[in-house]
Design a protein. Structure first.
Length: 153
């Protein structure tokens, strides 16, 4: 498989039906169980308004989680540019969780380590199983262009 660097997930709440297939695919892919709490991304739905949002890792250029990690357990993959976690180096201090501006980091109690999106080796299951296209994989440059366009509107 050829991995193209600088790919990110983009979420369009107007296309989301809140089916939670993204979380199901993620938890099953990583843990072989259907458990929304074990997904590396989370769909939030405001019950009173129905407003939806996706909490997911943006694999930031200036990754605060990486900077906050005292053991080097969080690192940037040189091939893909994705920010990853090595659970064998994680000491469970949760500094990364506090540092993450998107709230994408979480702590897996049984593993004793921090977790986050690992981009499924370049083929995110959440995007593959999102039948409405609410979650897509795009180039980071295209994401920045779309974000700037939405900001201007």
């Amino acid at each position: 498989m050829t991995v193209n660097p600088d790919k990110v997930l983009i979420y369009d709440p107007s296309r989301c039906t809140a089916c939670h297939y993204c979380e199901i695919a993620c938890s099953y892919s990583h843990f072989k169980v259907i458990d929304l709490e074990k997904a590396n991304l989370h769909l939030t739905v405001e019950l009173d308004t129905g407003r939806r949002d996706m909490v997911h890792c943006m694999h930031c250029y200036n990754a605060l989680c990486l900077e906050a990690c005292p053991t080097g357990a969080i690192y940037r993959d040189p091939k893909t540019n994705h920010v990853l976690v090595n659970p064998m180096k994680c000491v469970g201090c949760k500094s990364c969780i506090q540092a993450c501006p998107t709230g994408a980091m979480w702590f897996h109690v049984l593993e004793g380590s921090a977790r986050k999106c690992d981009f499924c080796d370049g083929e995110p299951k959440c995007a593959q199983f999102c039948s409405t296209g609410a979650i897509r994989v795009i180039d980071r440059a295209d994401y920045i262009s779309e974000f700037k366009k939405q900001e201007a509107e």
